[in-house]
Design a protein around this ligand. Structure first.
Ligand code: FAD
Length: 303
């Protein structure tokens, strides 16, 4: 049996397991794929104190750091259910059931994709999902933001301060973002908003994005916009479907946590992109993982 069982091997889970192991707690990590979203990232320039690194390199350092401690790493294992009956039970897809005094949930999230030709091919070569991460790479260039919800319009306002021009493409007839954000975006000279636009293809020259094709849903006409970058902002989906009914989730499926990372189920904590924490970044996920591990430690010494 474990004292602390961490679900997820991204930055939040790695930080949680190191903090737990350093308290002398018997710690395990269950991860479908160690490294999480970081494994899919090309350049990282905002992991403070490291001027530049790349996803796979950071994943190797995360794993090496976790392996410095006596943490049982169960990689390529998917958790499918969580229950509590005295201890917390975590059921894996392979049928095994693990028991632990506390669990830290850090299953992360995934960006919703457009699912159009060219998107996968040019991922990291102009197709981006994180304006905080990749915005500065497009300084003085033209970009598009796909999606006119809050995250899309926030991204457009953010990028407009860095890039030459932003085209927002929204599928629906109306933007879904808050009126105050829409007003701000419309007041900026270098943002064009196009509604009823269905993105159909990311175009490229074989090595980089050159633009986007879209269809005007009113007229059926096809259009091309020449661009250096495309920020896809049509939703970040937390990997929490399997937790429905076990812990309290927000309407968007994010795990609701308090300031110690405690969920609605005593002894079960959560950290990282899967939680209601508003900003989803590596450094923030790591901080919240450390916070949840200390929360779990605090909980255990009171039992
Ligand atoms: P994740 O990294 O998503 O890790 C989740 C972990 O949980 C994985 O190991 C996964 O396999 C596992 N898991 C999920 N479900 C289960 C399950 N049921 N059972 C077992 N394991 C499970 N942030 C920055 O700060 N700077 C950047 O430059 C940057 N660039 C990015 C570029 C891209 C392309 C992407 C996608 C993200 C980028 N981010 C960046 C965001 C950053 O990667 C995330 O904020 C961070 O990885 C979140 O960490 P996490 O540990 O919460 O979740």
């Amino acid at each position: 049996d474990f004292d602390v069982l961490v679900v997820g091997g991204g930055p939040a889970g790695a930080a949680a397991s190191i903090y737990a192991a350093r308290k002398g707690l018997n710690t395990g990590i269950v991860a479908e794929r160690f490294g999480g979203q970081v494994a899919d990232t090309v350049g990282i320039e905002n992991f403070i104190s490291v001027q530049y690194t790349e996803g796979p390199k950071l994943v190797n350092s995360l794993e090496a750091h976790v392996r410095e401690y006596n943490v049982d790493i169960m990689n390529n294992q998917r958790a499918v259910a969580l229950r509590k009956d005295g201890k917390v039970q975590l059921e894996l897809q392979n049928g095994a059931v693990l028991n632990s005094k506390t669990v830290i949930l850090s299953p992360g999230a995934r960006w919703r994709e457009m699912n159009v030709p060219g998107e996968q091919e040019y991922r990291g070569k102009g197709v981006a999902y994180c304006p905080h991460c990749d915005g500065p790479l497009f300084k003085d260039k033209k970009v598009a933001v796909i999606g006119g919800g809050n995250s899309g319009i926030e991204a457009a306002i953010d990028l407009a301060g860095i890039v030459e021009h932003v085209t927002v493409l929204e599928f629906a007839a109306e933007l879904r973002a808050d009126a105050v954000l829409v007003k701000k975006a419309k007041s900026m000279g270098n943002i064009t908003i196009i509604t009823e636009a269905q993105s159909t293809e990311v175009t490229g020259d074989g090595s980089r994005v050159t633009g986007i094709n879209y269809t005007d849903r009113k007229t059926g006409e096809a259009h091309h916009v020449a661009l250096a970058g495309i920020f896809v902002q049509i939703g970040l989906v937390p990997n929490t479907e399997w937790l429905r009914g076990a812990v309290e989730l927000s309407p968007r499926g994010e795990i609701i946590v308090d300031e110690r990372g405690q969920t609605s189920l005593p002894g079960v904590f959560a950290a990282g992109d899967a939680t209601t924490a508003p900003y989803k970044q590596i450094i923030i996920a790591m901080g919240s993982g450390a916070n949840a591990a200390l929360g779990a430690f605090d909980y255990m010494i009171r039992q």
